[in-house]
Design a protein around this ligand. Structure first.
Ligand code: CTP
Length: 410
């Protein structure tokens, strides 16, 4: 979730996540997943298979989720729990899903609580396979996975490739990272939204304009705002291309990440992504100017230039206007220090934008290198909306809330 902080927000708050844990060593990692889901505001019902209890205890999950943990299908007082839990779940996620659990699910066996829930639920089901690489490669397991995906419509998350307990090297079989699983649960919880299936191009981060092979001009953009928008748009069901200048942020789960360096590279990447796009969100802090000359070799200090000659870098929003498909919704950003609204409205008109998100760089807690932002959103109809100081994650949601209805009218 792109540098996410775990605070209750959409789509987690009050949602029921049934977390099924089957008996593999990766079960220990799912303790963290249960904790993260709970911190995000979800109500997490953990169901352990008997084998899972050999790896992790019910008390651990009960303490972290604050809810009872179930294992037995036939227990006095819990007689119809498999039906109740299956019905109440907004999403069912099995992590780890062992070869045995997959085989039982594929066969439709309902011999224990978790497999019975899988048969009884109508909620989206995510399976996160984790097992020894040879067990995973076995045609029996592969056939079960194909059947679960194609005939039952279950979504498979992972396995990842990497070191395995008792593995023969780095084969597929590792449980996918819990952050990745979390992002997929979020997308499943969103269901159908105005962004589902829409193609959204997001730019993020600074650009670097080289002076010589080792030096460049850049800016303080961290890329966080754009990464949060890309992650949130993917979670809401969009197909996202994230064009990012150099940043230290980890790739978010979901978006296709295109790394670029200069404003010129960003222009080509945006141009390439535009033809089938539904929306473009230009959150990148693209250089306005660049060194007029790029020295082919490192400039020696004996030859320190007295001044740097600069030239205009391409304006990505302007230069790619001819590549915009009809009806493309375009969101631009503006960082201003004076005449904030007037300047922002001028950019909206000049760059032909549907929305402009304005940062007032003089407000504490807004802009570059901070976790929060305070923005004003302007639209074509003349509306100007001041949002309170909030996390960049919440700003990303607010921007998408305003972008979505513009898409719906296409
Ligand atoms: N932008 C762009 N290409 C550039 C510079 C900016 O596409 N070379 C985009 C930014 O991503 C942002 C919008 O244009 O969405 C506004 O950027 P900003 O730098 O605030 O405005 P400028 O047009 O550069 O105007 P000024 O320097 O006068 O503030």
């Amino acid at each position: 979730m792109g540098g996410a902080t775990l605070a209750p927000r959409r789509p987690w708050r009050g949602r029921r996540v049934l977390l099924g844990v089957s008996g593999g060593i990766a079960a220990y990692k799912v303790v963290q997943l249960a904790r993260d889901l709970t911190l995000l505001g979800a109500e997490v019902d953990v169901v352990l298979t008997r084998a899972a209890q050999a790896f992790v205890g019910a008390v651990t999950f009960e303490a972290l989720t604050g809810r009872p943990v179930r294992s037995e299908i036939l227990a006095p007082g819990w007689a119809l729990d498999h039906i109740r839990l299956a019905r109440e779940a907004d999403v069912v996620c099995v992590a780890p899903a062992t070869a045995d659990l997959l085989a039982r699910a594929a066969a439709g066996v309902a011999s224990d609580l978790l497999s019975a829930i899988l048969l009884a639920t109508t909620a989206p089901v995510l399976l996160c396979p984790a097992m020894n690489d040879r067990m995973y490669a076995n045609p029996a397991t592969q056939a079960n996975l194909a059947r679960l995906r194609e005939r039952r419509g279950y979504r498979l998350v992972g396995p990842a490739v990497g070191p395995l307990a008792y593995g023969e090297g780095d084969g597929p079989g590792r449980l996918e990272d819990t952050g990745v699983i979390l992002a997929h649960i979020g997308r499943a919880l969103e269901g159908e939204t105005a962004l589902s299936g829409r193609r959204v191009v997001v730019t993020a981060g600074p650009t670097r304009e080289p002076l010589d092979p080792v030096r460049f001009i850049s800016n303080r953009s961290s890329g966080r705002m754009g990464f949060e928008i890309a992650a949130a748009a993917w979670r809401r069901g969009a197909e996202v291309t994230l064009v990012a200048g150099p940043t230290a942020l980890p790739a978010p789960t979901g978006p296709a990440l295109v790394r670029v360096e200069t404003a010129a590279d960003m222009e080509s990447a945006v141009r390439a992504a535009l033809p089938d796009a539904d929306a473009l969100v230009m959150a990148a802090a693209v250089a306005d100017f660049r060194p007029a000359q790029r020295a082919p070799e490192k400039i020696k200090k004996e030859r320190t230039p007295a001044a740097l000659a600069l030239e205009r870098a391409p304006d990505v929003l302007r230069e790619t206007r001819d590549a915009r498909p009809a009806g493309l919704v375009v969101v631009g950003f503006a960082l201003e220090t004076e005449d904030v609204r007037a300047n922002a409205r001028r950019k909206l008109n000049e760059k032909d934008l549907d929305l402009v998100v304005v940062n007032d760089a003089t407000v504490p807690g807004a802009g570059f290198e901070v976790e929060t932002n305070q923005v004003t959103i302007l639209d074509r109809t003349g509306r100007e909306e001041d949002l309170p100081l909030m996390s960049k994650q919440d700003v990303a949601e607010a921007i998408l809330d305003r972008l979505a209805p513009l898409l719906a009218r296409r």
